[in-house]
Design a protein around this ligand. Structure first.
Ligand SMILES: [Zn+2]
Ligand SMILES: [Zn+2]
Length: 174
């Protein structure tokens, strides 16, 4: 999403309305994959406050990822705000954490939107709050019922200890 800033670069108080699409490639982040079948819709404005340009926008869309417990594909609503300061490199601005530089009279918003997306994802999505996940032994989806596996399996070397502890619990006067 390339934006032509020439109408506002030198005009304090001027603004440009934003309304466009930003397409994402699949994003890999913290071991999770996020897919976007459709681009994000980005709306907002860029405003010249006399010192720099302020970008205020909202990005919305739907992404495809996997439930963190059962690995089922799920759609997740994406909705986040973007607030950035933009300064023209030719005006001697230095890039730092708070300022994004642009060159000439245009700015490409795709990377800015992508960076903000990564700051806003939680990294862990569930198909439903109480998803039971999959059986670690056979891979069965436990939301569809139990598979019958013994998931309480205890290594025989520890079984003797477990027996002792169980006995103690049984004998406990409380
Ligand atoms: Zn799930
Ligand atoms: Zn199982």
């Amino acid at each position: 999403m390339l934006v032509d800033l020439s109408p506002i670069i030198k005009v304090t108080g001027a603004k440009i309305k934003l309304d466009g699409n930003v397409g994402f490639n699949d994003a890999e982040f913290l071991g999770e994959t996020y897919r976007f079948n459709e681009p994000l819709r980005v709306t907002g404005e860029i405003y010249n406050n006399g010192q720099s340009l302020t970008l205020s926008a909202r990005a919305r869309g739907i992404m495809q990822t996997e439930c963190a417990r059962c690995l089922k594909p799920i759609d997740v609503d994406v909705d986040f705000d973007i607030h950035e300061l933009l300064s023209r490199a030719e005006d001697g601005a230095r890039e730092d954490e708070d300022v994004i530089l642009f060159y000439g009279h245009e700015i490409e918003l795709d990377e800015i939107v992508a960076d903000n997306f990564l700051m806003n994802i939680s990294g862990r999505y569930l198909c439903k709050e109480d998803c039971k996940g999959i059986c670690p032994k056979c891979g069965h989806d436990l939301n569809e019922g139990d598979c019958g596996c013994d998931r309480e399996y205890i290594d025989p070397r520890w079984q003797a200890l477990a027996d002792i502890l169980n006995q103690r619990e049984d004998n406990d006067p409380d």
